[in-house]
Design a protein around this ligand. Structure first.
Ligand code: ADP
Length: 447
């Protein structure tokens, strides 16, 4: 077992990893930028090393600084959290070459999943239903046009190396294709230093449904149910829940069987999420794999009772899945997560600054994952997540009731947050009825 782990991240996820390490009796090393000197992950880790200035390219993304910090502090492994270097296969390789265990999938699997078109091909080959679309990278607009004619408009152009919704363009008719193709390539090049784009069928108002997986280093993979993340704004998740109101036990079972065999075939290990879109007929279509722990993992932890971060560490240390998750996987109750961002609730413009007043809610069925504290600063340098508010209930109605109670008692002063938006979402009849899709927020804004 590992004696000491370095956490190559910040904010709530760095604290979340520290919690798992404390529960396992593992010592922790925090790394931090100059902007994060007073952060809670620095305070609660056993040791902390400053790795550079505020700009993340010179600190949290700076591989040599992180590896030096790991060497100086003599750690056994690195947990990358999410974002930053978590899906960077080169970093996983550098860790290995430096004699450190990387807590995530093998580098070659991360690399395969990171290039979305290759992930699509690998999943289709392994028997997973994939959206109709390109079979390789699109060479030019003419090729895109003939493919789009074949599968039918609308289609979506996507950056092969993409993420965060960048490099995506919806094409509704052939006349728009050439200019949108050029735009998608340009944005992909600027964001990911790779202009490659591919194309898939655009599903109108789909539901976003994703499956949590966990694999060990010996070829065994477990599927820990699904989450629904259809409440999005600009293709970014705002509210997530587990289980999905749209997934019947028979569908869950069918998908779990398919994914277990597909992911063992690919050699997937550690935690990951396989994302799908559900069309109006209830069919699921694969879109991508996120080869890391996800922001919304706590809803799965609530309904399975499994500590996913602890499980990540144990499988990375070589334990078998049956040692990490002894009994059968059972799903109980319902959990919902609201992402509380430092943003103006109407315009979504970032609202960084000092938190002048704070009340973090609690009570039965409530969990808050946050690195925020009274007089602490939400830095403009990093993402705008202030807290993840998670509510659990025996059923969806009880979870919604507890979430409403907690939103009302969640006070953040000094900055704008998305709390009022979440209150409006939770009061909407469609949300209450479980009628969700990725256009939900535009309907709410229009109301
Ligand atoms: P990223 O990695 O950039 O976040 P994803 O492939 O995960 O991109 O997609 C993010 C979101 O974009 C999805 O949850 C969905 O709302 C929307 N989306 C992606 N692909 C499609 C598609 N083919 N049809 C309709 N919406 C899509």
């Amino acid at each position: 077992m590992f004696g000491k782990i370095l956490i190559a991240n910040r904010g709530e996820i760095a604290l979340r990893v520290i919690c798992a390490c404390k529960d396992l009796g593992i010592r922790t090393v925090a790394v931090y930028s100059e902007a994060d000197r007073d952060s809670l992950h620095v305070r609660f880790a056993d040791e902390a090393v400053c790795i550079g200035p505020a700009k993340s390219t010179r600190s949290y993304l700076d591989m040599p600084s992180i590896i030096s910090a790991a060497e100086i502090t003599n750690v056994d492994a690195i947990h990358p959290g999410y974002g930053f270097l978590s899906e960077n296969a080169d970093f996983a390789e550098v860790c290995q070459a430096s004699g450190l265990d990387f807590i995530g999938p093998r580098p070659e699997v991360t690399r395969l999943m990171g290039f979305k078109q290759h992930a699509r091909e690998a999943m289709a080959k392994a028997g997973v239903p994939v959206l109709p679309g390109s079979r390789g990278i699109l060479s030019d607009a003419a090729q895109a046009a003939s493919l789009a004619a074949e599968i039918g408009y609308p289609v979506l152009l996507k950056a092969a190396a993409g993420g965060g919704g960048r490099g995506m363009r919806i094409v509704r008719q052939e006349s728009e294709l050439a200019s949108l193709f050029a735009q998608a390539r340009q944005e992909a090049e600027a964001s990911f230093s790779c202009a490659d784009v591919y194309l898939e069928k655009y599903i109108l108002a789909p539901r976003h449904i994703e499956f949590q997986v966990l694999g060990d280093l010996h070829g065994d993979v477990a599927v820990l149910g699904e989450r629904e993340c259809s409440i999005q704004r600009r293709h970014q998740k705002l509210v997530e829940e587990a289980p999905s109101p749209a997934v019947a036990p028979s569908l869950r079972e069918r998908m779990s069987t398919i994914l277990r065999s597909a992911l063992s075939e690919i050699g997937y290990s550690n935690a990951g999420t396989v994302e799908f879109l559900m069309d109006a007929t209830g069919e699921l279509h694969f879109i991508e794999v996120n080869a890391r722990i996800q922001v919304e993992h706590p809803v799965t932890e609530f309904i399975t009772g499994i500590d996913l971060v602890k499980a990540q560490i144990l499988v990375a240390a070589g334990l078998h899945l049956h040692e990490v998750i002894p009994g059968p996987i059972q799903l109980n109750g319902h959990a919902i997560e609201c992402r509380i961002n430092a943003e103006h609730p109407k315009t979504f413009t970032p609202s960084p600054g000092r938190i002048t007043g704070l009340n973090i809610p609690g009570g039965i069925g409530i969990r808050v994952d946050t690195a925020a504290y009274q007089d602490g600063v939400i830095s403009p340098y990093y993402d705008s997540l202030v807290a993840k508010l998670i509510a659990f209930g025996h059923d969806r109605t009880e979870a919604i009731g507890r979430m409403n109670r907690a939103l009302e008692m969640f006070v953040v002063e000094g900055i704008h947050t998305t709390i009022p938006l979440h209150q409006r979402i939770l009061a909407h009849p469609d949300f209450l009825a479980g009628k969700l899709d990725t256009d939900f927020l535009s309907r709410l804004d229009a109301a």
